[in-house]
Design a protein around this ligand. Structure first.
Ligand SMILES: O=P(O)(O)OC[C@H]1O[C@@H](O)[C@H](O)[C@@H](O)[C@@H]1O
Length: 298
């Protein structure tokens, strides 16, 4: 897999931002400011860790068995699943959840804003590798703003001559104290696709509570969802991403997953936001799409 980290060293990095390497050589951007601490993987432009100085508690979960192998998806943090969600609709041999999380992105810039927030910008453009999986020209950008809250601004431009279809999710993994203490608020009365029941469409009644394996795509949901975990509340706010996915593998699927410890399912929950299923989009030549995700303790 092509490694973009060579270009990293030409960037001027501000105090509080540095490049480190994982044991297998992948580059990560470490952010340490008066507002937060964070670790960002160059592969996938994936936020792996984020902790604000106000909460001093990890916002995100990463599996203790995550495989940090170049080109393999990393189990945890916030992978960006793009340009398709789940298996490719026509070719199940292509990478699950698209390829954005498998490729190295280009670190475009890193700055500390006057507010004290760090701003880190990653880009991904089509390459020989991406065109083997998806024959389209594009430029994707992820702008991360890291302060007391974490903000991800995702944009894609179609730089080719033909329209393309895409779906995506910002697949946030959250640590939870105990699944029995957890609920997701904001989805009452919303339609969801139950991926565990042959994609049957159902209606949510009350908050989402987790009783075993859960894999549901909620359609047309409010911008703000609240993840309640005992006394801890996290706000998941999306702009221009009308879908939410709530996923937990439960004990049996967890036992089959190489990159997730058998008991770890009990301490995590994914609450994802994106555009998929009915909200997938077609991007015409020259057109762009933008969306924003904000995660905050409150
Ligand atoms: O193992 P992956 O490719 O990271 O996917 C994990 C899960 O991601 C969720 O978003 C999907 O709804 C699930 O169906 C899927 O199992």
């Amino acid at each position: 897999m092509k490694n973009a980290s060579a270009g990293l060293y030409f960037l001027r990095l501000p105090d509080g931002v540095r490049i480190e390497h994982l044991p297998r050589g992948q580059a990560v951007v470490e952010v340490e400011t008066r507002l937060c601490r964070a670790t960002l993987s160059v592969q996938g432009a994936q936020v792996l860790k984020f902790e604000s100085r106000a909460s001093n508690t990890p916002m995100l979960w990463v599996s203790r068995d995550a495989l940090f192998e170049p080109g393999r998806a990393i189990r945890g943090g916030i992978p960006l699943c793009w340009p398709w969600f789940n298996a490719h609709p026509d070719n199940p041999g292509l990478p699950s959840h698209g390829f954005a999380r498998n490729l190295d992105w280009r670190l475009e810039s890193a700055d500390i804003l006057p507010s004290g927030e760090a701003r880190v910008v990653f880009c991904l453009e089509d390459s020989e590798q991406s065109r083997q999986w998806w024959p389209h020209a594009f430029k994707a950008t992820l702008v991360l703003t890291l302060g007391l809250q974490l903000q991800l601004a995702f944009s894609v431009s179609n730089t080719g001559d033909d329209a393309f279809d895409m779906s995506y999710a910002l697949h946030s993994y959250f640590p939870v104290s105990d699944l029995n203490n957890v609920r997701v608020e904001g989805l009452d009365g919303r339609c969801f696709i139950d991926q565990l029941q042959g994609n049957a469409r159902r209606m949510q009644s009350g908050p989402v509570q987790i009783a075993g394996e859960t894999d549901a795509i909620y359609l047309d949901v409010p911008d703000t969802l609240i993840l309640v975990d005992g006394n801890r509340m996290r706000r998941v706010t999306a702009d221009n991403m009308p879908c939410a996915v709530v996923w937990n593998p439960g004990p049996h699927k967890a036992a089959r997953m190489a990159d997730l410890g058998d008991d770890e399912y009990a301490g995590m929950l994914c609450v994802e936001r994106g555009r998929l299923a009915d909200a997938a989009i077609r991007l015409d030549a020259g057109a762009s799409h933008r969306s924003l995700l904000t995660l905050a303790d409150f």
